[in-house]
Design a protein around this ligand. Structure first.
Ligand code: NAP
Length: 291
């Protein structure tokens, strides 16, 4: 059961933003953004739109026609939206994926705030990754954003993925080294690592017992481990890292920061980070209770 949203005054001035996805009903973005918009005192509302791939062109035409102020895009639209836009930021162009749409005058611009959101989450945890040696586990959309971000930070990158061909393609795009995702292949690398990022969906609900292969004992004491999975927040990957005394960063930081960056593009105002974090946490807790 879903709680009804708190009453809000909507009128002829209310501006609209939202997220397009398929599926989209699991998204934490409406809770996070509506809390932020309320805290900023803005007469805006943020909705989730379930848009199947075949009607994405109509949805974007609708955004233009209705002059919707801003949209986020999630799976499966991040790449398919590109030919429907007027311009891409450098980040979106280099990642080949868009998660935020905003207006620049009459131009509809595609941006990608995932990479910057990831870096901000690391910085918030006191980690400065510039020049570090980092292993990225996974080669999907999230791994691409992380590889882009860490490549810009001049990290020495290694990429391991279940499907090695995808690791090879991603590695080539960001001057990284592909490596097999097996304990044997990873063994000599692990003692050299400063950080490790799980960008696979291993450990995500309902498969909470799964985790990428990792010899935690061989990881240096000073290393850090980040998991992009945030359902659950304390994944097995992070629990194992913590047992070994390794610094950990959960997936909520990136989620909040990528949302905050999008909100700032749309409103021109600094995002209320604490409000967004609390709203996202509350939404996660209440979905746990409703399962
Ligand atoms: P994706 O594009 O579908 O990629 C999934 C990745 O997981 C691929 O590398 C895939 O390997 C790997 N994988 C899936 N099942 C596996 C298994 N059983 N064994 C080994 N590897 C497996 O998804 P994505 O968008 O990159 O998202 C990945 C995770 O990051 C999800 O849990 C998502 O919720 C999370 N995420 C978090 C944030 C955040 O803000 N915190 C942002 C984006 C994504 P193959 O290539 O071999 O299929």
């Amino acid at each position: 059961m879903h709680e009804p949203s708190p009453h809000r005054q909507l009128d002829a001035h209310t501006q609209l933003a939202g997220v397009l996805g398929y599926p989209v009903r699991h998204s934490l973005s409406p809770a996070m953004h509506n809390a932020a918009l309320r805290a900023l005192g803005l007469n805006w509302v943020y909705l989730a739109f379930e848009v199947p791939p075949e009607t994405l062109p109509q949805a974007i035409a609708g955004m233009r026609g209705l002059r919707i102020q801003g949209l986020n895009l999630t799976i499966p639209h991040k790449e398919a939206v590109i030919p429907l836009l007027d311009h891409l930021t450098d980040a979106a162009q280099q990642m080949g994926a868009v998660n935020t749409l905003f207006w620049e005058g009459e131009r509809l611009v595609g941006d990608n705030t995932d990479a910057e959101g990831f870096l901000r989450a690391l910085h918030e945890a006191g980690i400065e990754p510039a020049g570090q040696t980092v292993l990225i586990l996974g080669a999907g959309g999230a791994a691409r954003a992380v590889a882009y971000a860490l490549h810009k930070q001049e990290c020495r990158l290694w990429i391991a993925n279940r499907t090695p061909e995808r690791a090879a393609v991603l590695a080539q795009a960001f001057q990284a080294t592909p490596i097999a995702m097996t304990p044997d292949a990873l063994r000599p690398l692990i003692p050299q690592l400063d950080g490790i990022v799980n960008c696979t969906s291993l450990g995500m609900t309902p498969n909470t017992d799964s985790s990428p292969p990792m010899d935690w004992e061989a990881l240096p004491d000073t290393a850090w481990a980040c998991d992009l999975v945030y359902r659950p927040l304390h994944t097995r990957f992070l629990q194992d890292a913590q047992k070994r005394g390794i610094r950990t960063i959960d997936g909520l930081g990136m989620l909040i920061h990528q949302g905050a960056l999008a909100l700032e593009r749309w409103t021109g105002q600094p995002a209320p980070m604490a409000v967004m974090r609390q709203a996202a946490m509350q939404a996660l807790v209440s979905e746990g209770k409703n399962q």
